[in-house]
Ligand binder design. Structure first.
Ligand code: PLP
Length: 427
């Protein structure tokens, strides 16, 4: 796999290098230069999930990884199911929260851990990541107690749910957490700054586990194929997928899937009130505002890191602009939609409700709709119970985490503080 830095076309790297470095020069993200079509998508859709995912990843990554090694990695990473639930005549919900930390981030986090384990054999590596809620847990669990790996997680203090937070801040061992006095965008800016710091980078063997890491993105392509594989064959021709979007990694993966041949006819990237992309799509002006706190906190992002990747596919007509929709859903409407879905007997947490709302607005009458359930409702217990006025059951992993104490340390939104803290802890 050959990738180019979207901010500096001179910098071209292999998959291995892109995984190890995360971010390119001038903070540019890497993107594959050559997304070839798969030869027989129908045949692929007939395969079981793990086997098919190995084929897709082998196609994307190419011969840098031996096929049997890749097959073992995929088998270990994707050891939990994807479920497509029929909601009504024309709509399905793609449940991506059946992994160990109950959000779709487990797919990317676990496959990335496999890649880092393979590429950094023996060498010391520090994974530095910012989380808007669910990445932290997925990455922490994926790397927990792995030899030669330290994980540093930055999260916006008080801006993520207690369940989200406790899933990673209670682990200890090689998982080091900082509660940053600021927003997710501040955390993300600190991570970007760390990657410009050659001293820190070389002394700690820095790597990033954000969705800027290409290994996470390619892993996520696989469950879109699984979604269509679970659809009846007669319904695969006119599919509209709605993705609740924050950092725009997930919708980027859907688009890559389409570019390599998965028949996704239309895509909606639906945001909460942090609406930089919907405003950009309609006006052409990139004008991020201050990040606002929302019920769907994992999407409280106003400077989405993955947008340049999506834009590169739209700009090159690899995916038609006319088939891409992006709208913003207010807090009030999010609550209303959660209640409406509950009336049909399905409990959706806020991110899922936003995906459903986007689909309902954007989808044509004859399309088959798929909206993504990106997290288990219990991860947002407080807000789901408040909005729906009914109690929801706690899965065991969450209850266990909630019973433990938080080991995170406070940190100002200041790079020198972060650097000092990391050197003190890790050198
Ligand atoms: C991370 C996350 C999102 C947003 O995904 P992006 O890839 O950042 O757009 C949506 N829902 C949940 C539950 C998340 O954890």
């Amino acid at each position: 796999m050959n990738l180019v830095n979207l901010k500096d076309k001179q910098q071209q790297v292999s998959f291995t290098e892109a995984v190890k470095t995360g971010l390119g020069r001038n903070q540019g993200v890497f993107f594959p230069t050559d997304l070839r079509k798969l030869s027989d998508v129908d045949a692929l859709l007939d395969l079981p999930f793990v086997e098919r995912s190995t084929e897709i990843l082998a196609h994307l990554i190419g011969n840098e990884l031996p096929k049997d090694t890749l097959a073992d990695m995929v088998q270990r990473a994707f050891n939990f199911p994807v479920k497509l639930e029929k909601v009504d005549d024309k709509n399905y919900c793609l449940e991506l929260f059946h992994g160990p930390t109950l959000a779709f981030k487990d797919f990317g986090g676990r496959f990335m851990a496999e890649c880092v384990g393979l590429f950094n054999q023996g060498e010391r590596v520090t994974i530095l990541t910012a989380t808007s809620g669910d990445t932290g847990a997925a990455v922490a669990h994926a790397f927990y107690k792995k030899a030669n790996v330290d994980v540093v997680i930055l999260y916006p203090e008080g801006k993520i749910s207690l369940a989200q937070q406790k899933l990673f801040t209670t682990l200890g061992e090689n998982i080091h957490c900082y509660a940053v006095d600021g927003s997710f965008d501040d955390c993300q800016a600190l991570v970007k700054q760390a990657f410009l710091d050659e001293e820190l980078k070389s002394k700690l063997g820095l790597n990033s586990a954000n969705s800027i890491n290409i290994s996470r993105l390619v892993a996520q392509v696989c469950y879109y194929f699984e979604a269509l594989a679970q659809l009846p064959k007669s319904e695969r021709d006119n599919v509209h997928v709605s993705v609740p979007s924050g950092n725009f990694g997930n919708v980027c993966a859907a688009m890559i899937g389409s570019v390599i041949g998965l028949p996704i006819a239309k895509l909606s990237a639906t945001t909460n009130q942090n609406d930089t992309v919907p405003r950009f799509v309609h006006s052409g002006d990139w004008a991020p505002k201050a990040t606002m706190e929302s019920l769907s906190n994992a999407m409280d992002v106003s400077k989405p890191n993955n947008w340049p990747r999506v834009q590169s596919m739209l700009g090159s007509e690899q995916f038609s602009k006319h088939d891409f929709y992006s709208r913003s859903v207010s807090e009030q409407v999010t609550e209303k939609v959660m209640r409406e879905i509950a009336h049909t007997g399905y409990i959706a947490e806020p991110h899922t409700a936003i995906a459903f709302e986007g689909l309902r607005h954007d989808k044509g009458e004859n399309s088959i709709g798929i909206f993504l359930a990106t997290a288990h409702p219990a991860k947002f217990k407080e807000s789901v119970e408040n909005v729906l006025g009914q109690e929801i059951a706690m899965p065991r992993v969450l209850q266990d985490a909630l019973d433990k104490s938080c080991l995170a340390q406070p940190l100002g939104a200041d790079y020198q503080q972060l650097k000092a803290a990391m050197f003190e802890k890790l050198l």
